[in-house]
Design a binder for this molecule. Structure first.
Ligand SMILES: [Zn+2]
Length: 70
């Protein structure tokens, strides 16, 4: 007997309020900015960490996104 992947009872989706969504939007925005910083600016005088390790790990992403590098 085959089982259907579609549930037989209808699924109801509760609406998400903006006040419940706002902290997650801020969290994702901060994560995005941190990631953009490390991909795009973490090098030389603006580097937070010493050495080239983080820059080298993210080097291909830097070129892929068109940030100036070398
Ligand atoms: Zn480069």
């Amino acid at each position: 007997m085959a089982h259907s992947a579609v549930p037989s009872t209808p699924v109801t989706v509760a609406p998400i309020s903006l006040s419940a969504l706002a902290p997650w939007a801020v969290f994702v925005a901060v994560l995005t900015l941190v990631l953009l910083y490390f991909v795009g600016v973490e090098q030389g005088a603006t580097a937070v960490f010493e050495g080239e390790t983080i820059h080298e790990w993210l080097h291909d992403g830097r070129h892929l996104l068109g940030f100036p590098c070398h």
